[in-house]
Design a protein around this ligand. Structure first.
Ligand SMILES: [Zn+2]
Length: 134
């Protein structure tokens, strides 16, 4: 199977991608190609996680501070100094926002079939991986 690294299009024969101009399809029997595609999907996910962190941290600090200001009871929730309670609330609000955002912004994998791509599956197709092109 040959795959486009830009859009994830797959076809049995080598050639260029019909969706992306002048993009050569990569041979997915090559383990190095599989590693490259996995790496591309991982990097897209890491980008989403970084964006979630960039939003959650300032928003969590502000919301945590505002909450303890308008609901003074929250800053005395634990038998600790007021400052510690406020910081703990900021951390909790930040974590909540972060987990909600990472769940909502989960990058859709461009190559979801990679999870099924094992050495056994490739051997079952009776197609030994070609020599590395890298
Ligand atoms: Zn393409």
């Amino acid at each position: 199977m040959h795959v486009c690294s830009l859009c994830g299009y797959r076809q049995p024969d080598a050639g260029t991608c019909p969706n992306c101009v002048e993009e050569d399809l990569l041979d997915s029997r090559d383990p190095n190609v599989l590693d490259l595609l996995r790496d591309m999907d991982d990097r897209r996910q890491q980008g989403s996680d970084r964006l979630a962190t960039g939003i959650a941290v300032p928003l969590g600090i502000i919301l945590g501070g505002v909450l303890t200001y308008f609901v003074p009871l929250l800053s005395g929730l634990l038998p600790l100094p007021r400052f510690v309670n406020v910081v703990l609330l900021m951390v909790a609000v930040t974590a909540g926002i972060y987990f909600a955002l990472t769940k909502a912004m989960r990058a859709k994998p461009r190559f979801p079939w990679l999870d099924d791509m094992t050495v056994e599956a490739m051997q079952a197709q009776n197609q030994p991986p070609p020599e590395s092109a890298f």
